[in-house]
Design a protein around this ligand. Sequence first.
Ligand SMILES: Nc1ncnc2c1ncn2[C@@H]1O[C@H](COP(=O)(O)OP(=O)(O)OP(=O)(O)O)[C@@H](O)[C@H]1O
Ligand SMILES: [Mg+2]
Length: 416
Amino acid sequence: MSEAENQATSVLLPGSRVAVYSKDKKTLEAAQAVEKDWRFARVEIQSEDGDIETAIATYQDLPSPDLIIVQTETVDEDFTERLGGLAEHCGEGTAAIVIGPKNDVYLYRQLIEMGVSDYLVKPVQSEILADVIAKTVIERIGITGSRLIAFVGAKGGVGTSVIAQAMAWGVSETLGQKAMLLDGSGGWSTLGVGIGFEPSTTLPEAVRAAENQDEDSIARMLFTASEHLNILASGGDAMLEQVITPAQYENLLDMLMVKYPVVMVDLSASTPGLKNAVITRAHEVILVSTPTLPALRLARSLLHEMKEIRGDSEEGIEMIVNMQGMAPANEVPKADIEKAMELKPSAFIPFNPKLFIGSESEGKRLIDDKAGAALVSNSLLPVLKTVLAVDVEGIHVSEESSSSGIGGLIGKLAKK
Ligand SMILES: Nc1ncnc2c1ncn2[C@@H]1O[C@H](COP(=O)(O)OP(=O)(O)OP(=O)(O)O)[C@@H](O)[C@H]1O
Ligand SMILES: [Mg+2]
């Protein structure tokens, strides 16, 4: 097995576009089924009821995708000529796969010589189609990693965990992206309460399984919160015992990042070493603070240290000011926060105990509440717009549909 074939079976594929042109209903169905494969979370598959002529016409005006799959009922000289015609309209990086009516070694060789990546004979099973697409995409683009998002609080109790959990629901349910949420705090974790599961493992157990590349044990340690959201069900640790080393935790992240497009880590109540390790390598760090002086002081110092360990750059660092309005007379005004932090906060979240503490106590997801869902769509998910390419307009909940009470307030806040 080639390295690309080897990797194709076990990794998350890079973001890419695949177009399928076929008049065969079975092929189109197989292509649609491929999209459900977890490896294809970032692969956009477009199936067209058409043939090589449709493809040629399409790419006369539009940029070609990374891979074009065309099905043909006749494989004669005319077809290979048309294939040459298609190549003229495609970018250099575009790969092609042909699906044909019969098994023919001579034809196979001829197509491969023309630069076609593979030739498949109909009917194609979706598993085979998935493997062939995966292999081709990896050969063309290589592997790019998943996104790692870290949540860190300026101090304890500022709401880092509830924000991480609300974001995790937003990413998985609202955006439909396959995500993993984990908590670095061992026995101090409140994730079980927030999401609603009994911790069934400890961080030392999880890192040991990762050290042994023991996928089965890792799988048993996961809590399936929903179709797209998995949680590492740690938290069974003793609270007063030394947890794991940062290197061990990174090892665990490496293993999870192969399978999950989005990996989110709640670092509130984690050790400084673990925070350092995860913040250093995260694609995005969400710094949570309240608008009060003690929290902002720490947020400012933390921001400086974070920039330092991230190569003197504030790229990929976003700040969320939480619990705005909890103590209005004693809060630092918005403009002053921005000036003092030298960073414009990406979101301001109102103090709303009914929503936050209410959902928490009832074991409800924030997104199941109308105002909570609007908050996630309009204020929280836009913070991830760069790192996850979120279509902010597409998920925005309009003010009209949540015009009463806090929903309306959130709508207004989001517009600022
Ligand atoms: N905007 C908000 N309005 C009202 N209550 C909130 C808000 N955000 C968080 N809370 C509540 O504040 C409490 C602390 O939140 P959370 O546990 O997420 O904080 P944390 O920063 O992770 O704390 P720790 O440092 O202990 O990990 C929770 O009860 C939560 O429901
Ligand atoms: Mg916490």
